[in-house]
Design a protein around this ligand. Structure first.
Ligand code: COA
Length: 199
């Protein structure tokens, strides 16, 4: 079975499980006001309920089983606090073996290097556990924090994709800067298409 978890210097990056409910609820309840338009918004009481959390876990599992979308929680190793999440999204197998990178750190914890540490773990999982060849972060040109992070990870800026995604909350198509890497950029040899699908 594929691992899909990593311990780093300060963090544990892994799938969420039912026993994480109170940790997850505490993390979402203790956010400060959104610091920019890409920051997480506060959830309603209903969205913080245990039944809603179960639905989220169910959806994460379904997407993993379909080899489509992997969401991983970012936990502090010592305090066990949930600090954010990282995702490998819209996996393509076939000839591209690629995924988009997603990442969010709860805003109380910004600027402490958790973004970089957790995304590096997600990249390692993408190349070693999921057998992907390429990852790409699509970043809006004004999202400076995310651009700093992509640069600091050593991702390659490949250009601007015009009207690349539809953002339903803003009801418009937005341009994205593409930052990417292949496994070779991280000194990892691609294993070929024999990868076992994760469970
Ligand atoms: C983007 C985000 C994940 C960054 O998380 P973070 O934990 O604050 O990031 P880090 O502390 O690891 O910082 C990443 C790098 O950016 C650098 N950085 C951060 N702010 C900076 C600034 N104002 N000027 C220059 N560099 C800066 C850091 O120094 C670090 O680089 P280094 O390790 O080489 O020093 C976080 O701001 C977030 O969740 N934003 C909202 C969601 C979002 O935008 N997601 C991405 C959508 S594409």
């Amino acid at each position: 079975m594929t691992k899909l978890n990593r311990e780093t210097r300060r963090l544990v990056v892994r799938c969420l499980k039912p026993t994480d409910y109170l940790t997850w609820q505490a993390a979402h309840s203790s956010m400060i006001e959104p610091r920019n338009k890409w920051d997480k918004k506060n959830r309603s009481a209903q969205e913080l309920s245990r039944s809603h959390f179960r639905k989220i876990l169910h959806s994460h599992k379904k997407q993993r089983d379909e080899d489509r979308f992997f969401v991983l929680g970012v936990f502090h190793k010592k305090s066990h606090e949930l600090l954010g999440n990282v995702g490998l999204m819209d996996l393509q197998r076939g000839i591209s073996q690629s995924a988009y990178l997603g990442y969010t750190i709860f805003n109380r914890h910004w600027g402490k290097g958790y973004g970089k540490e957790s995304v590096l773990a997600a990249i390692d999982i993408a190349f070693k556990d999921l057998g992907l060849h390429r990852i790409e972060a699509g970043i809006e040109p004004t999202n400076r924090r995310s651009i700093f992070l992509a640069r600091s990870l050593g991702l390659r800026k490949e250009g601007l994709k015009k009207r690349a995604i539809f953002v339903s909350t803003r009801n418009r198509w937005v341009d994205l800067l593409s930052y990417s890497a292949t496994c070779e950029d991280f000194g990892i040899k691609w294993k070929g298409k024999t990868q076992t699908r994760p469970h």
